[in-house]
Write a protein that binds this ligand. Sequence first.
Ligand SMILES: [Zn+2]
Length: 204
Amino acid sequence: MADSAQLERIAQFRKMANDDPENELGHFSLGKALMDAGEYAEAIGSFERTIVLNPQFSKAFQLLGTCYIKTGQRDLAIQTLKRGYKVASERGDTMPREEMARLLRELGEEPPTLERAGQETAAGVGGFRCQRPGCYSGSRAVQLPAPPMNDELGRQIYEKICADCWREWLAVGIKVINEMRLDLSDERAQQVYDNYMKEYLGLD
Ligand SMILES: [Zn+2]
């Protein structure tokens, strides 16, 4: 079912998840790559691990719920999506919250009512809110002083990603370059590096 590019990505992220088992993004990325290849049953383990490492990672609940639906495990899907809906509401993660509400309704369930329904999480310093899934900074999120690169990707990072997450990525990026022996003067290597960055920061 999976093509060779998908298999390559799965192998890369599996290595990342094995080499750095406490890093939830490795497990999350592996789960997504498995999902893209239609390997829903296998992706479940990766998303479960992601949530254990970071119980605030609302998007991981959404994808775990989807995998349960795809593998016919309706009760587990409902349980997971309801938990995820609460997490997403508390964090103000609008897109995962709406998607989990939609999936729950498709399953014939209403999303749980929340005591503080409709209340969004406070925005960070200067009104900045980081859009990286699983960002720990929350209301402490600070925008970068300027786009880190002079291109469209740099502009996206400046608009969506907080300074803490960017620093975290730079540390991970060095590991990616070393582990994969990337030569960034090569265009294809730069592409691989950029793809990791987008995956890590949750950019499309
Ligand atoms: Zn952040």
